[in-house]
Design a protein around this ligand. Sequence first.
Ligand code: SF4
Length: 256
Amino acid sequence: MLLPPIMNSPPAELAEVFSSIQGEGELIGLRQVFIRFRGCNLQCDYCDTPTARTGEPCLMEQTPGRRDFVPVTNPVALERILALVDGWHRGWTGVHHSVSITGGEPLMNYEILHSWLPELRAFLPIYLETNGVMHTALERLIGHIDMIGMDIKIPSTSGCTDLWDDHRRFLEIAATKKTVVKVVVDEQTEDWEIERCAEIVRAVAGSIPLILQPVTNPDNRIGISPVKLLEFQEIACRNLHDVRVIPQTHKFMGQL
Ligand code: SF4
């Protein structure tokens, strides 16, 4: 495919670009191209994403899924990403379901994404993985996004507080596209937090799937009892009919 000329597309601070299996949410099991942006606007207690460091190169996989990473100086130009995705798209036809725009919090780069997403979307659908807070940024980009996996951060597990209104506004915009909501839960999670999450989702659209994701400990074991998970699902099901319990499967499989 002949790449069109790109005008005024700023480069981006990236952490990683690679091909892997989606391990969370509704697209679980599908192969995606992951573009992981640096930086985040939150500091969750359970964060395992080393994206805050600056001054480090982007690790870019050369062959999809073969982990032959090479360091690329940041910031990375869109042309470099498009050349990679174009090569993978032609050489591994039909393998990738979509491009996952992830982080960190990718919406912190909304001005860059405004020019990047239409170019990437020419190859594959765009799946946004987000902490579900930056609703103003989402509003500006929603026309370039196909699917959204958004978090609701509850205080007990994330340590983040007072994000309920931001999440609700975010979901109202996200719901115009195919969207799934994810909540990380652990033994400290309280019933009222699950109730509030379910109420927020139901208020926007009761058909939106709510995924309860048990926290994964550093030793890759689930950090919540099986009974507690079942109880939380029962609470959420009082308000919603599509409530799923799905762990971070990529960690068990040794995927990125
Ligand atoms: S939103 Fe995600 S990347 Fe940001 S601190 Fe929380 S877990 Fe880490």
